[in-house]
Design a protein around this ligand. Sequence first.
Ligand SMILES: Nc1nc2c(ncn2[C@@H]2O[C@H](COP(=O)(O)OP(=O)(O)OP(=O)(O)O)[C@@H](O)[C@H]2O)c(=O)[nH]1
Length: 350
Amino acid sequence: MLMLPRKQAHLKQGGPERHQRRLVYVVLTLMTGYFAMIGSLNVFLFHAYPTAALDYIGGIGSGLFLRYFYQSQNLRIASMGVVAILIAVMLVFVHIADGRAYSLIWITLVPPITFFLLGRRMGACVTGGVFLYIIAFVYLRLPQWQPIEVGLGTLLNIIEVFIAHLLLFQLYERSRSEAFAELEHLSETDKLTGLVNRSRLDVILSDELLQHERSGRPLALILSDVDHFKRINDEHGHLIGDDILKGIADFLFAQCRQSDTCGRWGGEEFLIICPDTAVEEAIMLVERIQQACHAQKFINDIQVSLSFGVAVHTAGTDADQLLQRADYALYEAKRQGRDRYVIAQDTSSD
Ligand SMILES: Nc1nc2c(ncn2[C@@H]2O[C@H](COP(=O)(O)OP(=O)(O)OP(=O)(O)O)[C@@H](O)[C@H]2O)c(=O)[nH]1
């Protein structure tokens, strides 16, 4: 059977900034390690000392920025630092190598990194500037360039740039899917209580009904409303009212089974969807909640009582009809004096 979440797992929040922070850490760490490694290769393998010096400068610059970012947490400055170091090192490399083909391909890393870190507008300006410079450089130098031999160095550079693009793409994809999951989580979660919200409850209920229509197993809905909540707000203030609602949400959530879904239906109303639950089991659950609620004290030792409307799914009943029956039963529980439950009559055969 499909297990659906009763309460949304809390995702780390912080929006795109969290991803950018991670990207700055990753890029700076990679750049520090990468420049150190390539610098050493250039010294010991290729004996290309000016290029090695440039790599070491890039490595030290990246390391210093990494330390600065770790201590200050200033994302904007660190992002600009990453982009500045990257562009400076690449342009100097292009000049040292005098534009040989493999040095130019490093420039392709400028757009993804600047767009990630500086945003669309700034990314476009910086990328545009760098590309204009490179176009002018190539235009002016092209007549003097001789054909080059494709050697080990060229191949290594092409592979390195390719790997860097793959890593960047992966990072971007992960950030994007995490941001999407965060948005999805926010759109399904009630901000005050952390329970699933009404629109998510609607989806879960429809899914569960589909499953139960097929399997023929029972399904119960328990709609609960806090009694005289207005009075609590009036006597203790809206903020305490909010805290009590959070307490009630946690309390109800703790009372439910793993397979149940407990969500905030709206205001001071909560909905519990209980799969594989016949009316007797739903009654047992409601009585247990009621008993526990009588013994429960919320913030400032405030006690509350709850009224319940219980409806059990019968063949041919859709989500709206089931909810309507639970709502009507809840209304009856209120009408009969509150702090009680009423079982909805099965009207499907009427
Ligand atoms: N603090 C707080 N109050 C809320 C929230 N949502 C709804 N309420 C309050 O809940 C109260 C509901 O009042 P009523 O619908 O009159 O119901 P009641 O006072 O609980 O009375 P009965 O339901 O008839 O027992 C209103 O005062 C709303 O302002 C919320 O998110 N926070």
